[in-house]
Design a binder for this molecule. Sequence first.
Ligand code: SAH
Length: 362
Amino acid sequence: MKVNARGLTLDELTNHIIALGEKPYRARQVYHWITAKAAQSFDEMTDLPKGLRAKLSEVFSLELPEVIEIQTAQDGTTKFALLLKDGEVIEMVLIPERDHFTLCVSSQVGCSMGCKFCLTARSGFKRNLETWEIISQVVLAKRWLKERGESLPLRNIVFMGMGEPLANYTNLVQSLKILADHEGFNFSRKRLTVSTAGIVPKIWALAKDFPTALAVSLHSADQSLRDYLMPGVKQYPLSDLRESIKAFPRIKNGRTTIEYILLKDINDGEEHAEKLYRFLKGLKVKVNLIPFNPHPELPFKRPEPERVEAFQRYLLNRGILTTVRKSKGLEISAACGQLRRRVLSPNSFQAVSAEGASSICV
Ligand code: SAH
């Protein structure tokens, strides 16, 4: 079977290419093509001899998932549905900002965390994404921007799509290494954000193995409310989570982002803000409040703007940097927590319902 070269670091690619009897600098050329230049095939690599291109294409695959659907919202946010080889469909979201683009990538097919407010959770967990499937999302986004002649760069990658990145730890770290490599994609580590529901041992591991920007989905600083909302992480107590956040290395003096969904009458009151403040005091963080993105299948409501503002003010008045996330792409279900797993069926795209998750799988 061919190796998909997109899942390899430069060192690994070099070893493969040396084993083929070629010079190491060839690996650097290929690597640059498949990362920074987002090449789709060896034919595009015009500075490589034809014979070598043919040889490489017998050993390596550069296959990408197939883009089967593109939807653009009024605000320019674009959601892509990508078909994987096993018939599963994942989603990624490209978000235009003032001077750059941000890409929100998926790390798993579905998710096993079971967060009560998240649509991805409802369709269950299928499998981890391979490294090349994670990297392919970046390649596809870069190609799309290039084709459209976009002048703004793709600068930020956030692991905030489908799945829990720290539950796919090995492939996550391999992907981060590839994305940050100066000879390749060359993303600044500060602009690679790993968002986690709070798998504490893996936060410690990431701190040691390959620290990037960190975002923690907290949603409540009350242990029992958090256990209810986020059952997948209830074995990691808030006090341990706090320790891991405190110790996490800060790239260029950055702050850890604390994501906090505001759910009407559940976690949006002053008493909740107070608990949150006590949890955050002494941590180098910024809070990102996310007014809940509603969906008919989910039992929660979005609080009124005044309540969101009061929550924000409570924290600001106590010196906690707090912003409110303006949800983008809401009308195309591209906003936080709205990505869901689908399986391609012969005639149509089918949403995988929570009940039918395994029965529709191909
Ligand atoms: N599993 C990781 C990555 C997903 S990030 C994590 O939990 O951080 C997606 C972000 O959107 C998380 O902060 C998640 O809690 C939030 N989210 C999920 N459902 C949402 C919804 N319906 N409205 C607003 N935010 C939501």
